[in-house]
Design a protein around this ligand. Structure first.
Ligand SMILES: *Cc1c(COP(=O)(O)O)cnc(C)c1O
Length: 357
C-alpha cells in the first residue's frame, strides 16, 4: 500500500532521488564500485561535491561573496560553530530570537562562548507565534533566528532588516520558498528535513564575516579551513552529499524555488482550510505565523484520538503524531510530499468529522 509520509524529519524525499541514490550505492557512474567504497578524493566524487556546492548557489541565486559547505554534525554542531566563529572573544555579544526548542538549544550553546542576549521570545505563549519586535540590537556581533520552528509549527514570513550579520537556522524550510538569500550572512540546515538523508549539514556563509574573532578555533569548527579545503577537510558524508545533490537537481528540474514555493503554498492552504473548517480539529499557532512545512493541530475532543488515529493509519498515512514534547498532531509537508498525500489526509479528516459529529 502506498504510504503518505508526513514525518517531520528524516522525512519524505522524491522517489526518483531515492532510486538514483540506491543505484549509486550498487554501481556509481558505471564504475563497478559503490559510491560508498570509493575515495572521496576520486575525480568522480570531487565532481559530486563541486556540483552540489554550485547548485546551492544557483538555486539560492547568491554570488561569489558566499561559500557553500557540506559539513557533518547536524544543525546541532552549527549551534556551536556559529558562536565559535562569529562571537568576538573580548567585548562582543550575540542577539538571539527564541522561537522554540531548536532556537533555545542554539542559545544554550552560544552562551558557552560569550554574552548572549535573547532579544525576543515567544515562550510566554508556548511558542505559538513569532515575535515581531526586538529589544535593542545595536552593536551585536550577529542576530540569530530560526526560520521554521519544526516542533511548534511556526514560520518566519519576513526577516528583520538589521544593520547586523543575519544568521539563520533554516533546517526545516530550506529550499521550500524563494526568499532573498542574499539578505543573510550565514545560513545552515541539517540535510534530513528537505534535502537528503541525515549525515550532512549545509552551511552558506559570506566570506567577509570570518576571521574577525580573536578566538583560537579548533580546526573542525573553523569555517575558514573548510572553505580552504573545499568542504573536504576530512572525509565528507559521501552518501548524504550525493543524495542532496540529486535533490538539488530535482529542484532545478521542477523549475526552481518559485515553483516549489507555489506547490508548498497550495498544499498548506488545502490542509489549513480543512483544519479550520473541521468541527473536531483546531490549529494551535497564530494564523499569520503558520508554517507551510509543519502544520500543528489538536483535537477538540481529545478522547477521540484513538478513533482519529485509526482512520488516518488505515489510509496509509504515517508520521502524523506531534513531537513528544508538545503532543497533538503535526503534518509535515516537505517539498517531496505530493498534493495527493495532502488530499488523502484531508479526506481522512472529513471522514473523522462525518463519523463523530
Ligand atoms: C531538526 C532541527 C534541528 C536539529 O538538527 P540536527 O541536524 O539533528 O542537529 C535544528 N534546527 C531545526 C530548525 C530543526 O528542525
Amino acid at each position: 500500500m502506498k504510504k503518505h509520509n508526513f514525518s517531520a524529519g528524516p522525512c519524505v524525499l522524491p522517489r526518483e532521488v531515492i532510486e538514483s541514490s540506491a543505484h549509486a550505492l550498487l554501481d556509481f557512474n558505471n564504475s563497478g564500485l559503490s559510491l560508498i567504497e570509493i575515495s572521496h578524493r576520486s575525480k568522480d566524487f570531487v565532481e559530486v561535491m563541486e556540483r552540489a556546492r554550485s547548485l546551492v548557489k544557483k538555486i539560492m541565486k547568491i554570488n561569489d561573496t558566499y561559500e557553500v559547505l557540506f559539513l557533518q554534525g547536524g544543525a546541532s554542531l552549527q549551534f556551536v560553530m556559529v558562536p565559535n566563529n562569529l562571537l568576538s572573544k573580548k567585548s562582543g555579544w550575540a542577539a538571539y530570537l527564541d522561537t522554540g526548542t531548536w532556537a533555545s538549544n542554539a542559545i544554550k550553546e552560544a552562551q558557552r562562548f560569550g554574552k548572549v542576549q535573547i532579544v525576543a521570545s515567544s515562550r510566554d505563549k508556548n511558542y505559538t507565534y513569532i515575535p515581531k519586535s526586538f529589544s535593542s540590537l545595536k552593536e551585536a556581533d550577529y542576530f540569530h533566528c530560526t526560520s521554521n520552528n519544526t516542533i511548534y509549527g511556526t514560520q518566519m514570513k519576513v526577516f528583520p532588516k538589521l544593520n547586523l550579520p543575519l544568521v539563520c537556522d533554516m533546517s526545516s524550510d530550506i529550499f521550500s520558498r524563494n526568499i532573498n538569500f542574499s539578505d543573510f550572512d550565514l545560513i545552515y540546515a541539517g540535510a534530513q528535513k528537505n534535502m537528503g538523508p541525515a549525515g550532512t549539514t549545509l552551511v552558506v556563509v559570506k566570506k567577509e564575516l570570518l576571521g574577525k574573532t580573536e578566538r583560537n578555533i579548533p580546526n573542525y569548527l573553523n569555517y575558514q579551513l573548510h572553505i580552504d579545503k573545499k568542504s573536504m577537510l576530512n572525509t565528507p558524508s559521501v552518501f548524504a552529499v550525493y543524495t542532496s545533490m540529486l535533490t538539488l537537481e530535482w529542484i532545478e528540474n521542477k523549475g526552481g524555488l518559485s515553483v516549489i514555493k507555489q506547490l508548498n503554498e497550495e498544499k498548506a492552504q488545502i490542509l489549513y482550510e480543512e483544519i479550520d473548517r473541521n468541527p473536531l480539529l483546531q490549529g494551535v499557532v497564530s494564523l499569520e505565523d503558520r508554517s507551510n512545512m509543519n502544520a500543528t493541530f489538536i483535537l477538540r475532543r481529545p478522547e477521540l484520538s484513538c478513533d482519529f488515529d485509526q482512520i488516518w493509519q488505515e489510509a496509509g498515512i504515517v508520521g502524523l503524531k506531534g513531537h513528544r514534547s508538545v503532543g497533538g498532531y503535526r503534518a509535515s509537508m516537505y517539498n517531496a510530499l505530493s498534493i495527493e498525500s495532502v488530499r488523502t489526509l484531508t479526506e481522512t479528516m472529513k471522514e473523522f468529522a462525518r463519523r463523530f459529529t
